[in-house]
Ligand binder design. Structure first.
Ligand code: NAI
Length: 388
């Protein structure tokens, strides 16, 4: 994998366009393909405008913008990908479509070319198993917007060749990204560990402990999170956020910790999806402002601690199950969803005993599996050990 190699990007939508920009700015010749006629041309126009804005803001030299654009070649057929040594797909999130694309690509590409998928919810192993050479298939999960979000989850499947993840990790670092290595498990790191930020916050609302604006306020002011959970769900789109929760829950064979909420399902059914429809949990548009929070300090602390205990438990359990290293678990949440600290480092501040006690109190009160502490957290509480 050298700086001169050509990179193919398939799917010129939100993600493909962003990944094409990242690869071109890293100096690669990029071949861009999309199944929808006109999509690639449209994407190149959008990229020209994006790079133009960066130049106008003084963040990019005009010559660099021109050079990056000149490196991107739109193509009209998969066969034009033949010289590429790495192809990243960012097509529709559908297992059958991704399998078909990769088997078609194998007929075109050289035997050493790497096939990467930007899937956020499908099994890399399942995609790879459809290929003649599954050992060259890997997950490269970028975050939206790809040029701005530093995190890339590098996900080797069960059939991926030893050493390929390390090579892709190095390549992503050369592209200026913050790569983390992650086991091929549902939601990878971020979409798994972040679930309670939404789920537990909705649960607190459902129980009538506080209203949405107060919960958002608590997590921002006490927790230091950049956006409250309800604002964030409105930004992501409640349809997307609900679908991710549902897919992680189903993929974990209905693990109770990830159970979707009826509140969010009704929200999706109502069509009030968030910012993109002008109305979600909150109202958007001219003059609209978030409702004022009404939350006493003690309650804000309690709300934050409950959500944080659930997040820390997820991170601890992901470490327990060897999904990723402790360093990568912490890096992923900071670089992928802008958490103010890594969750395991956060856990160390009060110690595992504190967080186990918070979870045990919740489980005693509700009697639900959802609140069971990870065996790792409990073990550390017993020994007084720290994550870092
Ligand atoms: P999008 O809908 O914006 O773009 C997908 C593009 O792929 C479209 O232009 C479509 O015409 C094209 N396409 C669909 N099927 C194709 C096929 N069989 N062959 C060639 N082109 C095809 O979708 P988006 O949001 O860019 O997502 C793409 C992938 O990235 C999905 O797997 C998604 O799960 C993943 N992803 C999305 C993120 C997001 O925030 N949007 C974040 C991280 C991953």
């Amino acid at each position: 994998m050298n700086e001169k190699m050509q990179v193919g990007i398939i799917g010129a939508g939100t993600m493909g366009m962003g990944i094409a920009q990242v690869a071109a700015q890293a100096g690669h010749a990029v071949v861009l393909y999309d199944g929808r006629p006109g999509a690639v041309e449209q994407a190149v126009q959008t990229l020209r405008a994006t790079l133009g804005k960066l130049v106008a803001k003084g963040k990019l030299a005009p010559s660099e913008a021109d050079a990056a654009l000149a490196r991107i070649t739109p193509c009209g057929a998969l066969v034009d990908m033949a010289p590429c040594e790495l192809v990243v797909e960012a097509i529709v999130e559908d297992l059958a479509a991704k399998k078909k694309l990769f088997t078609d690509l194998e007929l075109v590409l050289g035997s050493q070319a790497v096939l990467a998928s930007n899937t956020s919810s499908l099994s890399i192993t399942a995609i790879a198993a459809a290929c003649k050479s599954p050992e060259r298939v890997i997950g490269l999960h970028f975050f939206n917007p790809a040029p701005l979000m530093p995190l890339v989850e590098v996900v080797p499947g069960l059939l991926t060749a030893t050493g390929l993840a390390e090579r892709m990790h190095q390549l992503m670092a050369r592209w200026g990204k913050s790569p983390v290595l992650c086991k091929d498990t549902p939601g990878f790191i971020v979409n798994r560990v972040a679930r309670p930020y939404y789920g537990e916050s909705i649960r607190i609302f459902e129980e009538g402990i506080a209203d949405m604006a107060s919960i958002d306020h608590a997590l921002k002011s006490v927790g230091g999170f950049r956006m409250g959970p309800f604002e964030l769900m409105d930004l992501i789109g409640n349809d997307i956020n609900f679908a991710v929760t549902r897919s992680v829950w189903e993929a974990f064979f209905f693990e109770p910790r990830y159970k979707p909420s009826l509140t969010q399902q009704r929200q999706v059914e109502s069509g009030r999806l968030g910012r993109k429809t002008g109305q979600g949990y909150y109202t958007y548009g001219d003059g609209a402002a978030l409702p004022p929070p009404v939350v006493p300090a003690a309650l804000a602390n309690a709300i934050t601690e409950r959500v944080l205990a659930m997040l820390i438990n997820e991170a601890a359990d992901a470490l327990f199950l060897k999904v990723a290293s402790k360093g990568d678990l912490d890096l992923a949440m900071q670089k992928g969803v802008n958490y103010p600290k890594g969750l395991l480092a956060w856990a160390d501040e009060q110690g595992a005993g504190h967080w186990t006690a918070v979870l045990d109190a919740l489980q005693a009160e509700y009697g639900e599996e959802r609140y069971r502490a990870s065996p790792l957290l409990r073990r550390m509480a017993r020994t007084g050990a720290h994550f870092h």
